[in-house]
Structure formats: C-alpha cells, structure tokens
Write a protein that binds this ligand. Structure first.
Ligand code: NDP
Ligand code: OXD
Length: 313
C-alpha cells in the first residue's frame, strides 16, 4: 500500500520529501515518475490532472492538500472514494492573518494616508472605532468562523452568511438566499470565504456589490475575496468600483491563475491583487495531517473532514 503524491501548480519536491520523512508514512510514490497504479492506496493531491486518479484500482481515499476541492471535483472521472480536505490550525491562522490585515487596512484608511504621504500632505480624517464598522463574512466554515472570532475581539460588528445558518457565538448569522440581501445591506467590509460550487459561482457580481451598505463610515464598502476566483465576476467588480458602489476590492484569487498580465485588475487604482497566498498549505503541517488520517483509517477509525460530494464542499 502506497501514497501517491500527485501535485500540479505547486512544486511537488518539498511535499514528496516531507511525506517520505514523516514518521509512519506509507511508501511514497511520485506521480512524475513511473509507478504501479495497483500499488496506490492513497493519493495526496493538488490540481491533479483529470483522469489520473481513475487509473488507480485500489485507491481507498483521496487527500486534497488544500481546503477547497473545486479543482478535484471538476474531474468527471474522480473515483467515488472518500475525498478528504484540509481543515488545519496552521492554514486557518494564516487565513485569519490575511483577513484581519485587509479589513484593518480598509478600516484604518491605509491607502488614503499612503497617497497623502506621497503628496507630503498632513491629511487628517475622523477615524471611527472598530465598533462603528460592520464586517460581513460570506462562508462561516472553518476559516470564516476563525476570522469572525478575531475580528469580533478587535471590536468589529461581525455578521456571517452561510447555507444552513448554524449559530456562531458573538456573530449575527444570516442564511440562504433570503438572508443574503439583509446581510449585504448591513455590511461595510465584505469578506468572501466561500467554496466554489455550482451555487456560489459568480455570486460576487454587480448586484451583490450594489447591495452592500452605502451609508457606512468608511467612504464606501470594500470587498475582500480570498475564497475562489470563480466566485467573482471581474467585470462587475470593476464596474461597481467605477460607479462608486465599491470603494476597494482586495482579491487573492482569480478565475485564471496566475492572473494574466492583460487583466485590468492589475492596474485599477482601487484594486489590490495578491497571488493566491492568503493561506498557503505548509507541507510540514499537512503531511503530518494526512499521515495521521491514514494511520487512523488503517486502524479502523473514521476519516475526518470528508467532503460532501452532493454540496461540493
Ligand atoms: P468550509 O467547508 O469549512 O466552509 C464553507 C462555508 O461556506 C460554510 O459555512 C458553508 O455553509 C458556506 N457555503 C457553502 N455554500 C454556500 C452557499 N451556496 N450559500 C451560502 N453559504 C455557503 O470551508 P473553509 O472555511 O475551510 O474554506 C472556505 C474556502 O476558502 C475553500 O473552499 C477555498 O476555496 C478557500 N481557501 C482559499 C485559500 C487561499 O489561500 N486564498 C486557502 C484556503 C481556502 P454551511 O456552514 O451552511 O455549510
Ligand atoms: C486552499 C487553497 O484551498 O490554498 O487551501 O486555496
């Protein structure tokens, strides 16, 4: 029984080395080299080429090395074995850093003061406290809940929007299609931490941007998307920025990555582009997570964080 490491888009070298070093790891196969498909019982994947996993007759579980499984689920030949995703404190803490950084950046008008400094201008604006600003988080899963907790601790008025509307202490929760409009209407800083599914594709569109609170204390609402690029309609976001429905958009994820040099997002003065690094998957942490799950599975225990193929996350 072997573990196949099948990674695209990230350098596989570190992962292969880490898996081989991890105590208790099964023998590790590197998908870039010839291997016996029948020897593979587990696969550790990121953007694995479609069709590859279907060639493994003895596969028992697939481990996605990130939190979002949209790339794997796009493979129509994906075997019907359990698909495990990452839910890990290291990845979660990294995402919370990113969200808090960009919420505070908008709240504390960092760009405004940087521009004023460039003009040698002593610009002074009223600075509302965090409790005057309303943050709304779309996606109250592992990542959304953690970021919400830290933002609430800083003092922001935090609301969350999810499919089922499970309660989260200290956070006002809105649910489903009927909850979306009121959720947006009370939101000054919108954070998207949704998975990409057929239901969420294109959800960050012009109508959504126009539905955000236009009466907040920060000179217009801001959008932070660290979920997936397919959530956003780039042309709609640019339109909302130009019309003044949005004051700023911070985007970590894009429909095509790397973001093509021709994209107008690169140069728009109200857009911040980051290179899909809000929360990097750390091989040292995640190899341990995968090997521990394999150990538990081999001992007859249940795999954790198994994706529900029906809902797509
Ligand atoms: P979870 O599966 O834990 O949470 C997903 C959340 O989204 C849940 O609250 C779920 O609702 C909600 N949701 C899903 N579909 C809908 C819908 N149609 N309407 C309303 N709410 C919906 O995921 P994580 O928090 O672990 O991760 C979220 C995403 O973040 C990942 O899928 C990935 O795309 C992205 N990500 C990005 C990274 C980056 O570096 N930029 C790094 C890591 C992740 P409910 O609670 O009701 O189920
Ligand atoms: C993830 C990611 O889904 O890195 O974990 O985007």
């Amino acid at each position: 029984m072997s573990l196949l490491v099948a990674i695209q888009g990230w350098s596989p070298d570190d992962w292969v080395r880490r898996f081989r070093q991890e105590p208790g790891s099964p023998p590790v196969l590197d998908a870039r080299e010839p291997f016996d498909p029948a020897a593979v019982r587990y696969a550790a994947c990121w953007k694995t080429p479609p069709g590859l996993l279907a060639r493994l007759p003895n596969l028992q579980a697939i481990f996605n090395l990130g939190a979002g499984v949209d790339a794997l689920l796009a493979d129509p030949t994906l075997p019907a074995v359990p698909l495990v995703r990452v839910a890990d404190p290291d990845l979660t803490a990294r995402m919370t850093e990113y969200v808090v950084l960009h919420v505070l950046r908008h709240h504390r008008r960092v760009d405004l003061y940087a521009e004023a400094q460039a003009r040698r201008e002593w610009l002074k604006r009223d600075q509302p406290p965090a409790r005057a600003a309303r943050v709304g988080i779309m996606g109250m899963g592992v990542l959304g809940r953690d970021a919400a907790g830290v933002l609430a601790r800083i003092g922001f008025r935090v609301a969350g929007w999810s499919r089922r509307g499970d309660p989260v202490p200290g956070v006002e929760i809105y649910a489903g299609a009927e909850g979306l409009k009121p959720f947006l209407a009370r939101t000054d800083i919108l954070v998207a931490l949704l998975p990409l599914t057929p239901d969420t594709r294109g959800i960050l569109n012009h109508e959504l941007c126009a539905g955000l609170a236009q009466d907040g204390p920060l000179g217009g609402p801001a959008l932070i998307n660290a979920g997936r690029g397919g959530l956003q309609v780039a042309a709609d976001i640019l339109r909302a920025l130009d019309e003044g429905h949005l004051a700023h958009a911070t985007l970590d994820v894009f429909e095509t990555e790397p973001l093509p040099a021709t994209s107008p997002l690169w140069t728009h003065p109200k857009v911040t582009v980051t290179p899909h690094n809000a929360a990097d998957s750390e091989p040292a942490e995640l190899c341990r997570y995968v090997v521990e799950q394999i150990r538990r599975h081999e001992a007859g225990g249940a795999l954790q964080n198994v994706v529900d193929r029906g809902s797509g996350y």
